[in-house]
Design a protein around this ligand. Structure first.
Ligand code: AKG
Ligand code: FE2
Length: 312
């Protein structure tokens, strides 16, 4: 079993054999999905739900999954579908099944107009190492940090782990990291003084938010710890604000857990509570054929409610 450092085992969801068998069967019969606007269509959600309901054991997974994401100490979960990936492959059938399971958590949607519902995160040796498809350390962040309505959840599905055995996912409880800040840093992080990244070709994530405060006064499941450690490298941040952001980044690292996703695993992160990132990939990527390099697929989820499709 892959090494899990400091992680809480309730968040790692293995399926009973019988359910795996049922889901393999269901996966091979799910129809293609339809997207309406930026959201998975209601008709697809209903059809997928009816299919999942035909596997009564799925009910035993739904509760623990929702508790791991949204319960009192919740914030992320890893669903391990390796055996199902082995049976179905990691193609369309598998993606339909993963989409059906995720639609039980919240509504899958497509904030980037230029990418499909499942957005590829491959390995690009020429990309900035610290960014999405790069090979370096991807520091703690939330996705779409500079949108007024970032996705409520981000999901990473592992098609191929790094064959060199590295590239673990890192996770940290942002709310706990904030609770360990000094009062002066807390106050500085509440200032509307931070900014990061571009904003174009996006749907259903509100407006561009720049500058933004890292901390807001919203209830935990509404607001965000609007943070990316990548903004520390950006110019334009005053010394005191940069220092406070560095303190928060250090607290996130102090509380981090790491886990190397295996083929067929998917990680779901509740962006209102936890931040994520990635350890560097293994040295020697030039010696790995491009088609064998690490490949993840990313999907975003929107909670039904004020910012859901009905409100848009
Ligand atoms: O490569 C990874 O594991 C994480 C990538 C990521 O967080 C992102 O692209 O937003
Ligand atoms: Fe990310």
């Amino acid at each position: 079993m892959p090494e899990i450092v400091n992680a809480d085992s309730d968040r790692f969801i293995d399926l009973p054999k019988e359910l795996e068998g049922d889901l393999i069967e269901i996966g091979s019969t799910l129809p293609a999905w339809t997207v309406e606007g930026a959201y998975l269509a209601d008709s697809t959600i209903e059809r997928y739900r009816t299919k999942l309901d035909s596997a009564p054991l799925f009910n035993e997974i739904r509760g623990p999954l929702l508790a791991a994401l949204n319960g009192a100490a919740g914030g992320y979960a890893v669903v391990r579908l390796g055996n199902i990936a082995q049976a179905l492959g990691v193609g369309e059938q598998f993606l339909r099944l993963a989409t059906a399971i995720l639609a039980e958590v919240a509504i899958p949607f497509q904030p980037f107009q230029r990418w499909p519902l499942w957005k590829e995160i491959g390995t690009n040796l020429n990309a900035n190492p610290g960014l999405s498809t790069g090979t370096g350390y991807n520091a703690f962040h939330m996705d779409l940090v500079n949108a007024t309505q970032p996705p409520d959840y981000t999901t990473l599905l592992c098609v191929r782990p790094d064959p060199l055995g590295a590239g673990a996912s890192i996770l940290s409880n942002a709310r706990e990291a904030v609770s360990r800040l000094t009062p002066s840093s807390h106050a500085l992080l509440s200032d509307v003084a931070y900014s990061y990244g571009g904003f174009f070709d996006l749907s259903d994530v509100g407006e561009e938010y720049t500058p933004f405060p890292v901390l807001d006064d919203e209830p935990e499941d509404h607001g965000f710890v609007r943070f990316t450690a990548k903004m520390l490298a950006e110019s334009g941040l005053g010394e005191r604000h940069a220092h406070a952001a560095k303190e928060l980044a250090d607290q996130m690292v102090a509380g981090q857990i790491s886990y190397t996703l295996q083929r067929g695993d998917f990680l779901i992160v509740n962006q209102h509570r936890w931040v994520h990132g990635r350890e560097p990939l293994g040295d020697g990527q030039h010696d790995v054929a491009p088609e064998n390099r690490r490949l993840l697929l990313q999907l975003f989820l929107r909670s039904a409610g004020a910012t859901g499709p009905a409100a848009s």
